[in-house]
Design a protein around this ligand. Structure first.
Ligand code: NI
Length: 180
């Protein structure tokens, strides 16, 4: 397995609509292993293929990521995931994204969704997701259509968040230079 390079905002690959996967073969399974390892290495609870520079409809997630005890992990691989039903009820949750490091904001999502996808073995699956799992799924599936969670914020909140991101990057650049 390998840890892949993360693509951060505003890289254009994050804005592209991803292509459907035609076959879940060994090459795809190797990619699924690598993207999951990258997600754990960066302490994320979800990661979409465009975030590692691959414009394909693939996401991985874990709604119970554990650094300490790997046996508690609950990884999920979803190829060509599609939301086929959404509840009318919505919930607010404070989201973050590995492509916008160190930032978080409240986003409104459907409380429950039903998702159709192909699993690690290419088998068709359907799940009814709620709570954190439903939120992660909506966030990651958005990535496959070039949508970031900041797109769900008001213009004011978005520009504030992007300014904070810029500041965070400048500060970390300075720290990095001092350590050199
Ligand atoms: Ni994200």
């Amino acid at each position: 397995m390998a840890i892949l390079k993360l693509y951060e905002y505003p890289h254009p690959i994050l804005r592209k609509k991803c292509e459907r996967v035609t076959k879940v073969d060994d090459e795809m399974r190797k990619f699924l292993d690598d993207i999951l390892e990258t997600m754990y290495a960066d302490k994320g609870c979800g990661l979409a293929a465009p975030q590692v520079g691959v414009s394909k409809r693939v996401i991985v997630l874990d709604d119970n990521p554990s650094d300490k005890d790997e046996s508690l992990r609950n990884p999920m691989y979803l190829v060509n995931p599609e939301i086929i039903w959404k509840s009318e009820e919505k919930v607010l949750f404070c989201e973050g994204c590995l492509s916008l490091p160190d930032q978080r904001a409240d986003v409104e999502r459907h409380e429950k969704i039903r998702v159709h996808f192909l699993d690690y073995n290419g088998k068709e699956q359907e799940i009814l997701a709620e709570d954190l799992l439903a939120i992660i799924l909506q966030h990651e599936i958005d990535h496959l259509d070039g949508i970031l969670y900041i797109d769900h914020l008001s213009r004011l909140k978005r520009s504030r968040l992007l300014k904070k991101l810029e500041k965070y990057r400048e500060e970390n650049k300075e720290k990095g230079e001092k350590n050199d």
